[in-house]
Design a protein around this ligand. Structure first.
Ligand code: KG4
Ligand code: ZN
Length: 347
């Protein structure tokens, strides 16, 4: 009998639902929330309200688009954590209600495990064990994946996530939220070697991005003349804006290059330390063209087999929750209906 999973993702500002049958994604609906743009970041209360509006039509569309009916569903998977509490509650409570109404088991999914397993959606797939660099708005991790349900985080950020570094840099440049894709866009026309931002010296496989952010802040405050904070360096607001508007592509390309080299240098170190050569990217920042290009080049140089999920499975989506739900179903990792919708998920 085929295994049909209905999945729900609502951890941040995307309401998404997906149906997967025997590990094949049949539908993946995503409702984005534009309401946050003018606030420069996700407003949790507005996010939960938008999830409330979207959840029924999105789940309905995912089921219909997959060509199944509710009684075909074998289990309901939902994102349990990490994420915004109010947002998680909407998807979690909806999943529990469906589980109760259909009398089908519930599967609680860790959002970061799901980002990693997005690499198992399409062919070619990595072989186990593989390494995954997961880069999103809230996390930056290097994970060793031994099997779909056995993973170990061997490196992570000690402060900001890579996506945050992109978004905060964009905010300093006056770009709207989320700024990561805009930095990527302007960087395509810029010279990545024009400006230098420091690479943090963090031991082991951990990352840090807060120093880079501070150096960008001082660099802009000094209208490009220095990365250092000195009172006598400060430019006027007018000089700063003029500098940004005249040099935006080069500034974006240089910021992107620094963030990407921090990520890829640590990934190279992890590959050497573990001896693993099947290597994946995951998470929203893996949509970044500079990261994809650099990853590809490193792969060729070090003989890695490289894998990157299709763009729609990189940013938040329920397809990745569905594939994770499928593997958890096979290993009978079900959640009780009394489980908290927002507790730390097992992974
Ligand atoms: O994985 P994701 O969709 O959500 C979280 O779980 O956080 O990642 C969102 C992050 C945001 O910080 C966004 O700016 C970043 O991914 N992002 C990008 C690009 N596309 C999305 N950053 C750089 N370049 C991109 N093309
Ligand atoms: Zn995510």
């Amino acid at each position: 009998m085929p295994v049909t999973i209905l999945a729900i993702e609502s951890s941040c500002d995307e309401t998404s639902s997906s149906v997967c049958v025997d590990g094949k994604i049949l539908s993946n609906y995503i409702a984005n929330q534009t309401v946050h743009e003018k606030y420069g970041g996700v407003v949790p209360e507005l996010a939960s309200r938008a999830h409330m509006q979207h959840i029924v039509p999105v789940v309905d569309a995912a089921v219909r688009d997959a060509g199944i009916i509710m009684k075909d569903i074998d289990a309901i998977a939902f994102t349990q954590s990490p994420g915004l509490i109010g947002s998680l509650l909407v998807g979690g409570q909806f999943a529990k209600s469906l589980s109760l109404a259909l009398n089908k088991p519930l599967i609680a999914v860790h959002h970061m495990q799901a980002h990693v397993l997005a690499n198992l959606i399409d062919d070619p797939k990595p072989s186990f064990p593989f390494l995954c660099l997961t880069v999103s708005g809230g996390h930056t991790q290097i994970v060793v994946c031994e099997s779909p349900t056995q993973m170990k985080v061997i490196g992570e950020t000690i402060d900001d996530a890579a996506g945050e570094a992109f978004d905060k840099s964009a905010k300093l440049l006056g770009l709207p939220y989320p700024g990561g894709p805009l930095i990527d866009k302007y960087a395509r026309e810029g010279d990545p070697n024009r400006y230098k931002f420091p690479e943090p010296q963090i031991p082991g496989l951990n990352f840090s991005f807060s120093g880079v952010k501070t150096s960008i802040l001082y660099f802009l405050q000094n209208a490009g003349k220095s990365n250092l904070y000195k009172e006598e360096f400060g430019a006027t607001e007018e000089e700063k804006q003029k500098f940004i508007s005249e040099n935006l592509p080069d500034i974006c390309a240089s910021i992107q290059q620094r963030i990407v080299t921090i990520l890829l240098n640590k990934l190279k170190k992890a590959a050497l330390a573990t001896g693993i050569t099947d290597i994946c990217l995951a998470g929203g920042v893996s949509a970044n063209s500079g990261l994809r290009k650099g990853f590809d080049e490193k792969g060729k140089k070090y003989n890695w087999n490289t894998f990157v999920p299709e763009l729609k499975y990189c940013t938040d989506n329920a397809g990745m929750i569905a594939i994770t739900g499928y593997y958890k179903y096979l290993s009978e990792q079900f959640a009780d209906l009394s489980v908290s919708s927002t507790a730390r998920a097992e992974w």
